[in-house]
Design a protein around this ligand. Sequence first.
Ligand code: COA
Length: 164
Amino acid sequence: MIIPELRWLQPEWIYEASKLEWDSLEKFWTIEQFESILSNKENKKYIVPLVCIIDDKIAGYNIYKLCENSYNIINLVVGSNYRRQGIGSLLVQNLTSKLEESKKHHIRIRVRDTNEDGCEFLERVGFRFSRVVENFFKVYAKTGGTNLKQDAYEYILRKSDLVS
Ligand SMILES: CC(C)(COP(=O)(O)OP(=O)(O)OC[C@H]1O[C@@H](n2cnc3c(N)ncnc32)[C@H](O)[C@@H]1OP(=O)(O)O)[C@@H](O)C(=O)NCCC(=O)NCCS
């Protein structure tokens, strides 16, 4: 039986986290992005880097920011070998329990407007489409485009929508 465990990301795991196998359009973070976000002094107070461990390996992560009224998910990823086993749901449930106990109102996430699977997942775990945020993501084009931007779909999960 698989027993996933949620833990705080340790600096020595950054390499493994950045190497999670992926096969989707959503761009995962590089080591440099992990390091720059997690080593920033200001960020340390507000960023929670949570990883899901299975058999001593990183299966996924949820990195989110503590904001005044919300938890803002910055990066939610499950490695391609671990998908459709409830790990993404577990990472979201962990945050919804925190939401229930806190004074915050909602959880927010933004995904690329081309990420249909991500949107289906979000709706399945209780998020609702909120709005389009224009030019939110950088496009990592192989075709030489440098300053291309892509719209994001913003999804919100409100405390008031949680069934207790
Ligand atoms: C989106 C993602 C986090 C889902 O993680 P996961 O661990 O596979 O999700 P779960 O197993 O908890 O899925 C719960 C439900 O969401 C829906 N779902 C999950 N992945 C889906 C997909 N690829 N297509 C359609 N629906 C999907 C299903 O209804 C699923 O239930 P089911 O397996 O019983 O049918 C994962 O696919 C991922 O890391 N994708 C790349 C990164 C990404 O897109 N991040 C953006 C954040 S949404």
